[in-house]
Design a binder for this molecule. Structure first.
Ligand SMILES: Nc1ncnc2c1ncn2[C@@H]1O[C@H](COP(=O)(O)OP(=O)(O)OP(=O)(O)O)[C@@H](O)[C@H]1O
Ligand SMILES: [Mg+2]
Length: 456
């Protein structure tokens, strides 16, 4: 960049400077122009010069610029070396311009002077504001003036000096910048290596608002996510083991008691053992289902369905089960509403029966449950609301976590593993919907499911 800059500046300067010198030279001819004009006025035409080179040269030689001192025509005195005055060359033409000038008449016809092809510098000759002719000067291509050449040389030197300084400065600046950038990149690289080695607690210093600073921040949040996932995974495995251990130890105790003859293998005992195994099977199946949906491997056969149909079916299925526990499952107030969605009917059935099952399980005798259907411009909303008891406000966001139960001891009795709502959440999200829990207006829990409406 510096080389290009200096090169072009040098070229431009040379061009401009040459032109400047030429113009200065031309302007110095002012006296010649006025002399030509006066002579023309006296003579009345250019005839006295027409094609007469000798006359022209004499005319030129007789010219003197008032501003330029006349050349020293006196011969120098003989010097010590014995040179006589005749040995010196004659004094030069006062203008040095004899062979570079040309005179044209008002109609641009040649009068007298040099012949040349180059584009001339032109000055007009006027008498009483009337053009009487043109003086053309052939521009001096090469700069002969020693002062001018020295000046140009000086300029060149200064430019090279400035260029070298700029180069040194920019190398230094680039080095500083690269060092700073490399430092951050090295930090990120070592961080990534540590992450790859499983050290999820790794964090790197993230300063600066540039792209590398942002990258460092993203790196840190990635490390944090990985760390959180790792903790969650360990917790998850611990929870599952715990969940499996309880029914297994019950089974083992019962079986050992039978083996030892402490208990009689009555049909009731065998029936109880069998239902324990069934509960265990359900738990394992739920876990399997969750892991499938986590891996994105759960199959969904989506089609255009009406959510109302599924909810009505659930309502009919559960009404007697609710009644047997002394709870009322209310009729749906708008059973003809059209709620078209693009969804898997079997999964939606599973979702709503999970919600109904919860309401049935976690509502006090004498209470009720109400299912409402609602349609907005772009969504379908289904809400399950029941009467007391509810869950504490702080527990609401955790309800959808795996294996989360509000009161472990109480739920144990009702055989809940705390997976139902986690499965519900997965199903809803697989349909692009949302699921929310809040306190219902009847003193119990309210679960609201929202799906995108299928627009015809
Ligand atoms: N309608 C409800 N009213 C009050 N509490 C509820 C209601 N539904 C859920 N809960 C609370 O939320 C917890 C989590 O529910 P979730 O359905 O995920 O698990 P679960 O019912 O205990 O077990 P699972 O559904 O796996 O058999 C329940 O243990 C219960 O304490
Ligand atoms: Mg449940």
């Amino acid at each position: 960049m510096i080389a290009v800059m200096i090169g072009s500046a040098d070229w431009l300067f040379r061009q401009g400077f040459t032109e400047y010198l030429q113009q200065v030279e031309a302007n110095r001819l002012g006296f010649l122009i006025s002399n030509l004009e006066t002579t023309y006025q006296k003579q009345g035409s250019w005839d006295f010069l027409q094609n007469d080179q000798r006359q022209w040269h004499e005319f030129l030689s007789s010219q003197r610029d008032k501003d330029i001192p006349p050349p020293d025509n006196r011969l120098p005195p003989p010097d010590d070396n014995g040179f006589s005055p005749e040995d010196y060359p004659p004094p030069p033409d006062a203008l040095f311009l004899g062979n570079r000038l040309r005179l044209l008449d008002a109609n641009h016809n040649y009068v007298v002077g040099a012949h040349f092809e180059e584009k001339p510098i032109i000055r007009a000759l006027k008498v009483n504001k009337q053009i009487i002719g043109w003086l053309e000067i052939r521009p001096n291509e090469v700069m002969t003036d020693e002062l001018a050449t020295t000046f140009i040389q000086q300029q060149k030197k200064a430019k090279y000096l400035i260029g070298s300084l700029a180069l040194i400065l920019s190398i230094f600046a680039a080095w500083l910048l690269a060092r700073q950038l490399l430092l951050t990149i090295r930090r990120i690289v070592s961080g990534v290596k540590a992450l790859a080695a499983g050290e999820y607690q790794t964090r790197i210093k993230a300063n600066g608002h540039d792209e590398l600073g942002q990258l460092s921040q993203y790196f840190n949040s990635l490390a944090q996510t990985l760390q959180k996932n790792e903790v969650a995974r360990r917790q998850w495995i611990a929870d599952i083991s715990h969940e499996l251990r309880t029914p297994l130890s019950v089974l083992r105790g019962e079986l050992e008691a039978l083996q030892d003859g402490v208990r009689e293998p009555t049909p009731e005992r065998i029936q109880s053992l069998h239902s324990e195994v069934l509960a265990l099977t359900t738990l394992v199946e739920d876990l399997y289902e969750l892991s499938l949906s986590d891996a994105g491997a759960m199959n969904y056969h989506k089609e255009n369905i009406n959510v109302t149909d599924i909810v009505l079916e659930i309502q009919q299925q559960f009404v007697s089960r609710f009644a047997s526990r002394g709870i009322t499952l209310r009729e749906i107030s708008n059973p003809h509403i059209q709620l078209p969605v693009f969804a898997d009917a079997r999964r939606l059935y599973q979702l709503f029966s999970n919600l109904a099952e919860n309401s049935c399980r976690y509502t006090n005798e004498g209470g009720f449950c109400e299912i409402t259907l609602y349609r907005t411009k772009q969504t379908v909303i289904v809400t399950f609301q029941d009467s007391a008891p509810s869950v504490p406000q702080t527990a609401l966001p955790k309800l959808f976590d795996r294996l989360y139960r509000v009161e472990k001891s109480r739920s144990r009795e009702s055989d809940g593993a705390g997976l139902g709502l986690a499965i519900c959440k997965n199903i809803v999200e697989a349909h692009g919907g949302t699921i929310l829990a809040y306190q219902s207006q009847y003193g119990g829990l309210s679960i609201q499911v929202e799906f995108p409406l299928l627009l015809e």
